[in-house]
Design a protein around this ligand. Structure first.
Ligand SMILES: [Zn+2]
Ligand SMILES: [Zn+2]
Length: 133
């Protein structure tokens, strides 16, 4: 847990036990919705509310400790902020996987081909995973 506390402080976040537990859960499972985080964390913190998770995720987003992954037709999930990458979404079992694509290349192409000032990208590729195929 100390490892996560340290990481939180690196992002100017106060390292509360709940926040460290959120960080640990995201590190373990990769991508989780607020509801899924709540299900995992309430086993540890009996008095925890869904609103507390929302509040913490919101602050962690502001400090770029976590990133939001917006999924078509599904609730947003959250992950620990890492290098820009795309996501694979299984439309059957709803698993989310990271895929290292050259996002820099994509962004620079978008910039040269349009007058649009692209700031962020949220690339989700949908299909069927190995198990569901
Ligand atoms: Zn699947
Ligand atoms: Zn990801």
């Amino acid at each position: 847990m100390e490892h996560y506390a340290l990481k939180l402080r690196e992002h100017s976040l106060k390292a509360t036990p709940q926040r460290a537990a959120i960080a640990e859960a995201l590190d373990t499972y990769g991508h989780l919705s607020v509801e899924e985080l709540y299900e995992i964390l309430r086993k540890k913190f009996a008095s925890l509310s869904l609103a507390t998770i929302y509040k913490n995720i919101h602050i962690m987003l502001e400090n770029a400790f976590v990133s939001e992954v917006k999924l078509p037709g599904q609730k947003s999930v959250y992950e620990l902020t890492k290098e820009a990458h795309a996501h694979l979404q299984c439309t059957n079992c709803h698993t989310i996987e990271d895929i290292a694509l050259d996002m820099e290349c994509l962004l620079s192409q978008a910039k040269t081909k349009t007058d649009f000032d692209v700031q962020t990208a949220n690339l989700v590729l949908s299909g069927l995973c190995k198990k569901c195929r």
